[in-house]
Design a protein around this ligand. Structure first.
Ligand code: PBG
Length: 325
């Protein structure tokens, strides 16, 4: 029926009516907080481009995890900054490595909080790439996959509730599944960063984690930002290899991909609202050009509307607080 019989504004006219017909919900229980843990650190160190985000010592990470739990967040995603980096990224699969130690400490203090761990070598290699380098200087897929699987097993043994490979090597989900199962870790889920794009929006994270590649870039293994069909193929392949959840990253410039991956896989989908997305909002809020609270809640709702079940975001604690009010 056409106007004037139909007036779409009717259902927008009061707050209770708007609430009644709202299609997308946003709750603290949808949000995961990324946490940076640094070996040998005493206390907390600020990250310049990411106001409100800090690198933490293990005891501070335990405290941060407690704060996340108190706000109703279901879990944290751990990133480690090791004391020592080398070409093989040995710190990643060291049973006494920074993420393994932090995982044990957090699970002991807050057993009900999910500890998810990022599985990658880039924070642990001195060259900053996500795997082992071959003689030609390119990342060598198959030997890297072996180390990635070792890393996942080591983290799961330390108590990680799920492992999240972000390296974008081919075949790593299958290798991780087999390695976990061999260790009897058959119930540890894999959250695959399936559609991870070679993005400029990771800039602040690389400063935070000290993981910028020493030479070249990640375009030889991360997805081309122009490709959505290929992103869906990556996700479907990860599903075939045994992924329990799939992820799209970054989030806001890739909402079409979130939707396409959700429709193709029908798995729980996570979207990672990355460091650069966070830094943009914080910078604009600091100058007064954006209202931070409204902008953040709008952006997170939009990511959910696109099809994300879970949003990984540095805004998680603030958002949880705002959603309580
Ligand atoms: C790789 C990894 C990256 C991020 C998460 N895992 C960076 C990269 O690929 O360079 C980026 C997260 C962010 O920007 O917030 N281990």
């Amino acid at each position: 029926m056409a106007f004037p019989a139909t007036r779409l504004r009717r259902l927008r006219s009061t707050a209770p009516l708007r609430a009644l017909v709202r299609e997308t919900s946003l709750q603290a229980s949808d949000l995961i907080l990324p946490v940076f843990v640094e070996a040998g650190l005493d206390g907390r160190t600020a990250i310049e481009a990411m106001p409100g985000v800090e690198r933490l010592s293990i005891s501070q990470a335990v405290e941060e995890a407690g704060a996340a739990a108190a706000l109703g967040l279901p879990g944290v995603l751990l990133f480690g900054i090791p004391a020592h980096k080398d070409p093989e990224g040995t710190g990643a699969y060291d049973d006494e490595g920074i993420v393994q130690l932090a995982t044990r400490a957090i699970k002991e203090a807050h057993p009900g909080l999910l500890v998810l761990t990022d599985v990658c070598l880039c924070e642990y290699t001195d060259h900053g790439h996500c795997g082992l380098l071959g003689p030609d200087g390119a990342v060598d897929n198959d030997p890297s996959v072996e180390l990635i699987a070792r890393t996942a097993v080591s983290q799961a043994r330390a108590g990680a509730d799920a492992v999240a490979p972000s390296d974008m090597m081919d075949g790593r989900v299958q290798a991780i599944r087999e390695a976990l199962d061999e260790e009897g870790l058959t119930d540890t889920p894999i959250i695959a960063y399936s559609a991870k794009f070679a993005s400029a929006f990771y800039g602040p994270f690389r400063d935070a984690a000290g993981s910028a590649p020493a030479f070249g870039d990640r375009r030889g293994y991360q997805l081309d930002p122009a490709n959505a069909d290929e992103a869906v193929r990556e996700a479907l392949q990860d599903v075939d290899e045994g992924a329990d959840m799939v992820m799209v990253k970054p989030a806001l410039p890739y909402l079409d991909v979130v939707r396409a991956v959700k429709e193709a896989t029908r798995l729980p989908v996570a979207a990672y609202n990355v460091s650069g997305e966070y830094a943009m909002v914080k910078a604009a809020a600091a100058t007064g050009h954006l209202d931070e609270r409204t902008a953040v809640l709008e952006a997170l709702t939009a990511i959910r509307r696109a099809g994300a079940d879970v949003v990984i975001t540095y805004h998680a604690k603030d958002a949880a607080q705002w959603l309580q009010q």
